[in-house]
Design a binder for this molecule. Structure first.
Ligand code: NAD
Length: 491
């Protein structure tokens, strides 16, 4: 069995706690993907110390040179894409096609941020005074602690690590214990591409290691992706020292289907958006609001398609839906199905675990559709994070928008219609960070900002150029070459 170590100061290090944990394949829990370090506060402290020491060195490397390392990492990722995708499927279960996409997202982000190393543009602007020059420059923030979830185990670390590095910060990342291997691979590749020791450090483990990172006074920025409950703890831990914190949290996303929609297209989108990644995406289309004129027709075909999905081990190319990440999450899905039944939603398909044959050794759940759901029901309000979609009838666009916005989350929303006016009205009215027309709620690209409103985020955006604002501070610079005292707003 392989053992994987923390990466601290360019070296592999066993945890000071002396403890390890198992990373098991959720599609076959007899398979141990690897043993990882169960880090504690002292491990976190050592990693932050290494990042602090490396910071003045890395900050002074010209940004285009920093970017060249990212570019080299992208090239290595391209070469090793298939092997990395297979390891990702083994550790967290999504089908190979999707894990290839996850690695591709890291590749795209590496090329994109490598390009930004030659820009990192600031502004020059006239002064209100003669013989005076004004400009803005970006400066790095310092040591960044990054805490990531398991569902995009390479893409999400890449969204954080790459802009942090290109801006001149150093990093300690703590990936989820459910899928630490992909982040570990990614960090090894960046080191292989030429990062100086200590610039990027990885400590694996759970909340104990995460909490220690949040509290360390040398950490100046925390970037967190995960559940809203843990995100709230992160915000609280960062507040006393005014650490910059960026929180990407849960979602309860909606697809609106009007009665003029291309129904086949909408069905394709709802199946992919609702059941892709076994519904375990922050952007999953877990609510579908359908106009009453086509409700019955949509529902019958949606249920038929959900029933036909092939569930199994994601390494099998014929499989469309992989397992749920772990037993606790499977129990959570079961609990929500009980809740949905109790509150009067109609279980149209699924609603049970899947076992028998090879499925018996994994955490499998049947794709599930609740019909005739009301917007206020808990299954339509709370993030389930599993293969459960609630279908809600509506009478009009206005009502669909009201239902769509009527949750505490605000990540992604979408509309299927041929009416351009309706599409633009929904685009304006939906208070979500991402909006799609004639596409499901998933499908973000790395060069656009990513994030959400309300309980999904705290006002920042990752990805795109917005990520540079997250990982740098603006400095306004005034150069007075008049050789006399000039007083702004007075002279
Ligand atoms: P989680 O909140 O359980 O864990 C996220 C990370 O936080 C893990 O690394 C975990 O070890 C760490 N952690 C847990 N307790 C901590 C503590 N007290 N202090 C510091 N760190 C702690 O989330 P998860 O189950 O890994 O992922 C699923 C959640 O992530 C869902 O809610 C999903 O919507 C969300 N998510 C959001 C986005 C987004 O961009 N908005 C993307 C993917 C996933």
């Amino acid at each position: 069995m392989s053992t994987f170590y923390n990466l601290v100061n360019g070296r592999e290090a066993a945890s000071i706690t002396g403890r390890t944990f198992e990373n098991r394949n959720p599609a076959d829990r007899n398979e141990i993907v690897g043993l990882f370090q169960e880090s504690g506060p002292e491990d976190a402290r050592c990693a932050v110390a290494a990042a602090s020491e490396a910071f003045p060195i890395w900050r002074d490397v010209p940004a285009p040179r920093r970017a060249e390392i990212l570019y080299r990492a992208a090239e290595i990722l391209v070469e090793r894409k298939e092997e990395l995708a297979r390891d990702m499927t083994r550790e967290m279960g999504k089908v190979l096609e999707e894990t290839r996409g996850d690695v591709q997202e890291a590749i795209d982000m590496a090329y994109f941020m490598a390009g930004e190393g030659r820009r990192l543009y600031g502004q020059t602007t006239p002064s209100e005074l003669p013989d005076k020059f004004c400009m803005t420059v970006r400066m790095p923030v310092g040591v960044c602690a990054l805490i990531t979830p398991w569902n995009f185990p390479m893409a999400i670390p890449s969204w954080k690590i790459l802009p942090a590095l290109v801006c001149g910060n150093t990093v300690v990342i703590k990936p989820s214990s459910d899928a630490p291997l992909s982040c570990w691979h990614f960090a090894k590749i960046l080191n292989e591409a030429g990062l100086p020791a200590g610039v990027l450090n990885v400590v694996t483990g759970g909340a104990e290691a995460g909490e220690a990172l949040l509290k360390d006074p040398a950490v100046r920025l925390v970037s967190f992706t995960g559940s809203t409950a843990v995100g709230r703890l992160v915000a609280q831990a960062c507040a006393p020292a005014f650490k910059r914190s960026n929180l990407e949290m849960g979602g309860k996303n909606v697809v609106i289907i009007l009665d003029d929609a291309n129904l086949e297209l909408a069905l394709d989108g709802c199946v992919w958006g609702g059941f892709g990644t076994t519904g375990q995406r922050c952007t999953a289309a877990s609510r579908v609001v359908v106009h009453e004129n086509i409700y019955r027709q949509f529902l019958d075909q949606f249920v038929e398609r959900a029933r036909a999905l092939r569930v199994g081990n994601g390494l099998d190319p014929s499989v469309q839906i992989g397992p749920i990440i772990n037993e606790k999450q499977l129990e959570r899905v079961e609990e929500y199905v009980r809740i949905g039944n109790a509150e009067g939603a109609r279980l149209a398909c699924g609603g049970h675990r899947m076992s028998g044959g090879p499925l018996s050794s994994g955490w499998f759940y049947a794709p599930t559709v609740f019909a005739d759901v009301a917007g206020r029901m808990r299954v339509a309000q709370e993030e389930i994070f599993g293969p459960v979609v609630s279908v809600i009838p509506c009478r009009s666009l206005d009502q669909a928008i009201e239902i769509g916005n009527g949750v505490t989350y605000g990540l992604s929303s979408s509309i299927y219609t041929r009416d351009i006016n309706a599409a633009f009205r929904a685009m304006r009215e939906m208070y979500t960070g991402i909006f799609y027309v004639n596409a499901p709620t998933i499908g973000a690209e790395v060069h656009l900002p990513f994030g959400g409103t309300k309980d999904t985020g705290n006002g920042h955006r990752e990805s795109g150029l917005a990520a540079l604002d997250l990982f740098s501070e603006w400095k306004s610079v005034y150069v007075d070459y008049s050789n006399r005292l000039q007083r702004a707003q007075i002279d």
